[in-house]
Structures are given as C-alpha cells and as structure tokens.
Design a protein around this ligand. Structure first.
Ligand SMILES: CC(C)CCC[C@@H](C)[C@H]1CC[C@H]2[C@@H]3CC=C4C[C@@H](O)CC[C@]4(C)[C@H]3CC[C@]12C
Length: 611
C-alpha cells in the first residue's frame, strides 16, 4: 500500500491547562503519525509539542462544528478546522493515514509467512473502513473498537513516545550548540528564544517544585498501620475475576447513557456502592478537625485544600470494578466514633442519578450532592461532576465550597486502564473573602513525562490575589506545604490493603449485629445482592441485582400511574446562594432513628426478601 500524501496546516486545538481554550497549532500528518507544534517554523526545526499514532486512536467527527476528536486511550486531542473544506480534507486524510498505518501494523504482526493479501486481519481492516459520509462518530468508534489489538498498540505508543523524546533532545542539543558558538541572532529570533526560555523556566520551576515536594513527602513518616477499631480487617471473599466480561458490548449497547444508569453484570461491581463512596471521601476527616483548630485563616485553608485532594486518592487502584448503583430511596448511615462524625446519604433522584450526603461532627459539617455527566471518546471516558462540595467550620463561622475536577478513565476496555484527575478546583469561603484557594490537577501528558503523573499544585491567595501559601505533591502520595512556619507534609494517604480498599473502605459495608436493629430497611448494608457479591457469590448477586432493579421499575410505574413522584425521605431540594439546585439534609434521620426508631416507622421496601 503506498504511503498516503503528507497533510499539514493550521487547526485549532483545545487545551485544558494552562491557558484553557482553543489554540492555533500547526499539524503535520505523515505516515500515520499526527504531530503538532506552535508554528510551521517550529515544525521545520523539529520542535514537536505532541504526537499521536492515529491508527491507535478512535476518531469522532462533528460536521456542524467542524470538530475532530481523537482518542488514543492515553491521549485525547480535540481539534477544530477553520471551515468545512479544511475539515473535510483533514477527515479524509486522517482516514487514509489510519488505514495505511493499520496495514503496516498488520504486516508486522502477520510476519513474512503470510502474504498480506491473504491476511484475514488486513481484510477486516479494509472492510471496516467506510467513506467519511457514512462514517458517523458512533460508527467510527465501533469500527475502531473492533480493530483493537493490544500488543502492537502498546508498542506503537512506546515508539511514539520515544520519537517525542528524541525530537526534544535534538532541539536541546541544537540550542546548546547555538549558545556555544554564540551566534549573532536577529531580534525576532531573540524574542522567540526569550519566550521559549520563559516557558521552559515555567515548566522547569513547576517540575522542580513537584520533585522537591515529592522528596519531602517521602521523608515524612508514613501513616502508621490503622489502630484497631474493633471492626473487620478483611473482606469475606476475594474479588471476582472479571476479565472475561465483555465491557465493549455493554458500552456499545448503551452509547450516550450515564454509566450509573447502565445495568452491568455484578462481576464488574465492587462491594461498595456510590452512597458509601461518598462516605469514603471523609476518610481523612482529621484534616477538617485540624482545620477547625487552626486560628490562622490561610493556614486553615491549606488543610481544607489537603482534604479536598485527599478525596481523590482512592482512585489509584480502584479501576477494575465499579461501585454498585444504589436504587432510588436507598440510604446509608455511618457512625465513625473514632473520627467523631456521623454521616447519612440517600439516593434522591434516579434520572439523572443523584446521591446526596450530609456528615456532622463537633468540628465540622460536610455535605454534597453528587451527580455527573459522562463523555465517551471511544477509548476513554470522562466523568464530569457538576455538584459542589460544602464544608462548614462552626468555630470560625466558615463555609467553604468547591467544585470537583474531571476524572478520566483512560483505556476503558484494556488491561492498561487507569484513572486520571485533571482541572482546577477553586475553594471559596462564602462567609469571608479573606482568602481563596486554587488547586490544579495537572494533566499528566502535559510535560510529556511519566514521572509526574498525578501531580497537584495549589496556592492560597489573600483578598488582593497575592500568594500566601504554596503546596503541592501527588494525589496518590501526599501533599507538602513549604510556606508554613514549619514546612510540612500536610497529608499522606493511608495504607491500601485489598484491591485498593483501605481499612476505612473495608469497614463501610460491615453489618455488625449491634447495629442491625437500628438500621432502616433502606440501608445499603441490607442490599442482598451487594452482600452476596461481598461473599463472593457472583452469580447469585447477579440474579438478585436484576430482581431489585425490576422492583425499582415496578415502584416507579406504580407511582407514575398515581401521578406521583418519589419524594426523598431525608433530603430536600433547595437553591444555593448562586441559584443552583442542591440537595440538603432535612435533619430528621438521627432524630427518627433515636425516637421512635425505624422499626416502628413505615419504610419503603427496596428489596422484598431479606437474606
Ligand atoms: C466499567 C468499569 C469496570 C470500569 C471502572 C469504572 C470506575 C473506575 C468508575 C465508575 C464510576 C466512577 C466514579 C463516578 C464519580 C466520581 C465522582 C468524582 O468526583 C470523582 C471520581 C468518581 C468517584 C468516579 C471514579 C471512577 C469510577 C468509580
């Protein structure tokens, strides 16, 4: 197959950080590899900002907005052409190059013994390729899934990365040579060099800061093995092997649907549900206790920030299973005597799924309603949360509120699946303007290196916007603040035991006999399917899960026949200060539990038969 012609020119490329927005970039498509730089000049000098093997990427297009999205599993490119003609040329060229590169990979794969024309894989590739007019976004995603083959894929990715590193090295050598021979440079050149130097400095400072933070974090003492809470330290059974579950077919049949609304086989679930996961975000509630005993507002903000980051740390190993979806009306309570807080959460809405929670202790109140949108790009799934997190510290009258970042499940279908968080969090104190905090979850590919995965950087600013504190680190390793009177590691994650469950996570679904009489029948601990899953009875769990979901449908039908809607029991919908819909506690749960107790109250029956 002849190499398709080179294609180059300017396109707009979306950037998430820094300088979020659409930026003009010069793209070159050659032999199946798409590279880009700031300008044509940069390309000619070998300065490549990024590159992607397009045979590994799923392409989605939007004719109306001239958009092309490429998802290579690890890397996501969002591009836009200036007009429809250019858009059409790029789509056609991208497809031709993709086909070429795929064929090349197949040739390598099938070796010398099999002539290419008889290679069944080569034929599939050609068959699956359709002209752009019929190739809708969905079609191209599906055909790309079908063509997935992992070994050459990883290899190509590695090669691609090497290529990037080499061109960067080449550029540095050239610059060094130029400095050595101290060439006379023109004004324009000088400006460009200065601008590159400034940017390089920016990059280097950021990278150095993280390195420094990392070193300090690793010197800080590790979290001690958790003290005994008298609760279980083991799960009853090992997690089931779910590598045989055809995730691709499930997602293909549910394109565009919320992940939380797709019914998935129980083998994909972890024995923790989304209401319990809300509770898990309080694992490091001691940071809030510390904040509640820190008189300096800037210093206090550092602890609030560390708490906001700590909620993301469970993601390191938790990507093989998804949490169980709670049914409408399901509740979960958690009394943490050691940590001094109690929490209640409830599934308050089914379409879209919304889980609300409220926790209180002597030191703080914490609440949020969790909902999110999904964007599926073909190989990666972006989870875009929309609710806000709230914390109040009664001692200082503070009310902190912050947004959540995007979580991306890279390589959803493959064994190389991993989670990444990216974006900016702004923490505001709604009761005082004295300080705000900005935290950036850095997109790992930005600096093109593996070593700074999971990087976080943050600043605490005063009213005028001056930086008072700086902190940073990695969301899976810890956070260090070097501007405090005594610089210190403000947070380090706890031990992770089974399958990324900390001891805190492991205790959440334990049904202690002394607790059982107090629980309402809607409590997650009483979900028989989740219990079966925990006990390793996957097939039984699967059947039970279907039964419970069917019951949920029946309940909904009955209600709608009567022209009624489900009314959440412990939470109510109101508006926050900005006019957004939020779910807050009615404050009735703990009182009802105490008097008269749920046993003597009318309760919703979520699952008829008890285990
Ligand atoms: C299809 C399956 C097997 C793949 C695994 C999916 C897992 C990793 C997904 C499914 C639902 C996801 C969660 C949904 C919502 C949120 C809230 C957000 O603020 C932080 C991330 C978090 C907590 C997600 C983490 C990743 C998650 C647990």
């Amino acid at each position: 197959m002849p190499t398709p012609g080179l294609c180059e020119g300017y396109l707009l490329k979306r950037r998430k950080w820094p300088l979020k927005g659409w930026h003009k970039r010069y793209f070159v498509l050659e032999a199946g590899i798409l590279r880009y730089s700031k300008s044509q000049h940069d390309v000619s000098r070998g300065r490549v900002q990024g590159s992607l093997d397009i045979s590994q990427a799923v392409m989605s297009i939007n004719k109306k907005s001239n958009r092309i999205d490429l998802d290579a599993g690890d890397i996501l490119y969002h591009m836009k052409a200036k007009n429809h003609e250019l858009f059409y040329i790029w789509v056609t060229k991208l497809q031709a190059h993709r086909l070429y590169k795929k064929n090349e990979a197949v040739q390598v794969q099938s070796g010398f013994l099999q002539p290419l024309s008889f290679s069944p894989i080569a034929l599939t590739v050609t068959d699956a390729q359709k002209p752009p007019s019929v190739n809708t976004a969905v079609n191209s995603k599906v055909s790309a899934w079908l063509q997935q083959s992992h070994a050459p894929e990883t290899c190509a990715q590695e090669l691609n990365r090497c290529h990037l590193d080499l061109s960067e090295l080449n550029r540095l050598i050239q610059r060094l040579q130029a400095l050595e021979t101290s060439q006379v440079v023109s004004n324009g050149d000088l400006q460009r060099i200065i601008s590159i130097q400034v940017k390089t400095c920016f990059v280097l400072i950021a990278a150095l800061a993280t390195r420094k933070y990392r070193a300090s974090i690793s010197r800080a003492p590790n979290s001690v093995a958790p003290k005994s809470t008298g609760q279980r330290t083991k799960l009853p059974a090992l997690c089931p092997d779910n590598s045989h579950v055809g995730l691709m077919a499930i997602l293909y049949n549910n394109i565009g649907k919320d992940l939380a609304r797709v019914s998935m086989p129980a083998a994909l679930n972890e024995p923790v549900n989304l209401l319990q996961r809300l509770c898990e975000e309080l694992e490091y509630s001691e940071l809030l206790d510390t904040a509640a005993n820190t008189p300096d507002p800037y210093h206090r903000m550092v602890y609030i920030a560390a708490f906001a980051i700590s909620g993301y740390s469970t993601a390191t190993f938790r990507n093989r299973y998804k949490p169980v979806n709670p049914v409408l009306g399901e509740t979960y309570e958690c009394i943490q005597e050691d940590r001094g807080f109690k929490l209640i959460s409830e599934q308050v809405c089914h379409h879209p799924p919304i889980s609300a929670c409220h926790a209180e202790s002597d030191n703080f109140c914490f609440w949020q309603d969790q909902r999110w949108k999904n964007k599926f790009w073909g190989k990666s799934l972006e989870i875009i949360p929309t609710g806000m997190v709230n914390v109040t510290l009664p001692k200082y009258g503070d009310h902190y509120e912050w947004n959540k970042v995007v979580t991306c499940i890279h390589n959803v279908f493959s064994q190389q699946r991993y989670l990444e968080h990216y974006g900016e969090v702004t923490i505001q104190n709604l009761s005082s303007r004295v300080c705000t905090c900005k935290i950036t979850f850095v997109k790992s590919r930005y600096w093109g290196s593996e070593t700074n995965k999971n990087e976080v950087q943050g600043t605490v600013l005063d009213e005028s916007g001056s930086v008072i504190h700086r902190f940073g680190g990695l969301w899976h390793e810890g956070i260090f603040c070097d501007t405090l009177p005594t610089p210190k590691c403000v947070w380090k994650p706890n031990h992770l035991l089974y399958y990324g469950f900390s001891s805190f996570a492991m205790e959440m679904n334990e049904l202690r006999p002394e607790l059982e009489p107090f629980l309402p029948p809607s409590d997650s601990r009483l979900r028989p399917d989740q219990r079966m899953l925990e006990d390793g009875l996957v097939d039984e769990a699967d059947r039970k899960k279907d039964e419970i979901e069917e019951l949920q449908r029946l309940r909904r039908k009955e209600l709608s026949k009567k022209g009624e809607e489900h009314v959440p029991r412990f939470f109510k919908k109101t508006k926050d200060q900005c006019g957004r819909d939020v779910w807050v506690t009615k404050g009735t749960y703990w009182d009802l539990r105490e008097n008269p107790g749920f046993a003597s109250l009318e309760n919703v029956k979520l699952c008829q038969i008890k285990i």
